[in-house]
Ligand binder design. Structure first.
Ligand code: PBG
Length: 323
């Protein structure tokens, strides 16, 4: 044998030299759930190790994350049912606790990068990402609502808007609305290839945001499709997306790879709630090594081509890497 690939694995120093991909805390974005009130840190039953935080305790969690080098956060609001309506008016209301929290966090920690969620579901009495009429999710009627929500978040100081709604044309619509208001520096991370996935279950528990009727298959993508992701990604790039996202991530590594090959903007991957919940459950049973599995899963997303990763493992990964 002339060629023995094992020679390049014989010593840790050589293995390190030939390592092709790297993962570190800079690549990670930490998703957190915000609730109104104070002194609240409520564990999510289907997503253990993750909580609904009130602002006061979320500020402490952000501070401790920052001390570990984890400085990017995506925030989701858990809104009580009586504030929800058909047109998601609370999403841009002046008294909205989510907008207030964005302002407070940016004021206290200007070094933290904050990303929002833009979609109607946390605020919608129908539990859908778009405006529902006669059982249909209307596309063009949803866009002005998303734009109002985005402007309200920009006014509160958000760094990155994250449209997760999958309405057609929303990236361009939001970009134009932001620019008209002078928010040309606010970025858009488009949930471009977002699939109608069963992996979102724990997230919907966290926000109590499951659809009241029907499913999300008329706007989220069919898990069987890959080429269609190219169409979604190219539209979002043309419409001004600064980043394009694939979601879920672990079961869609092929899609991450495909978009990386065909895009000119950075790719992010959302390692969603159900993907993390499976790992927490197996680790709790002692069936897997949590730390090793988390690192391997996140590395697989980097290897597939993800520049950034949204993951509930972010804080734990940051903790391991600071050991
Ligand atoms: C809703 C939204 C969802 C997630 C992020 N934004 C759920 C859905 O589309 O029903 C899921 C994230 C996760 O499961 O971690 N716009």
């Amino acid at each position: 044998m002339v060629i023995r690939p094992r020679r390049n694995r014989k010593h840790a120093a050589i293995r390190d030299m030939v390592q092709e991909n790297f993962l570190s805390v800079e690549h990670l974005i930490y998703p957190m759930f915000l609730t109104d009130g104070s002194g609240i840190k409520e564990e999510i039953s289907s997503l253990p190790r993750n909580y609904r935080w009130s602002l006061d305790l979320m500020l402490k969690e952000i501070e401790s994350s920052l001390s570990l080098g984890l400085n990017k956060f995506v925030l989701f609001p858990a809104v009580s049912d009586e504030l929800k309506d058909q047109t998601a008016t609370y999403s841009y209301a002046a008294e909205n606790f989510y907008l207030h929290a964005i302002r407070a966090i940016k004021e206290r920690f200007p070094e933290a990068i904050l990303m929002s969620d833009v979609a109607m579901d946390p605020y919608s009495s129908d539990g859908h990402d778009g405006f529902v009429q006669d059982g249909k999710i209307l596309n063009d009627e949803t866009l002005p609502i998303l734009a109002k929500m985005s402007i309200a978040q920009a006014q509160a100081g958000i760094d990155i808007i994250g449209p997760s709604d999958m309405m057609d044309g929303r990236v361009g619509y939001i970009r134009e609305a932001l620019d008209l208001e002078g928010f040309t520096d606010v970025s858009i991370m488009a949930y471009s290839a977002k699939y109608a996935s069963a992996f979102y279950g724990p997230f919907r528990d966290a926000l109590n945001s499951a659809p009241k009727s029907g499913d999300k298959k008329t706007y989220q993508m069919n898990p069987a499709n890959k080429r269609e992701a190219l169409l979604e990604a190219s539209l979002d790039m043309e419409e001004g997306a600064d980043f394009i996202m694939v979601k879920p991530a672990l079961a869609y590594l092929d899609v991450i790879h495909l978009l990386k090959e065909h895009s000119t903007v950075p790719i992010t991957a959302y390692n969603v709630s159900g993907e993390c919940a499976m790992v927490y459950a197996a680790a709790e049973k002692g069936w897997i090594n949590y730390e090793a599995i988390v690192s391997e899963i996140l590395m697989s997303m980097r290897r597939a081509g993800a520049d950034g990763i949204l993951t509930y493992f972010a804080k734990d990964f940051a903790t391991f890497s600071n050991k």
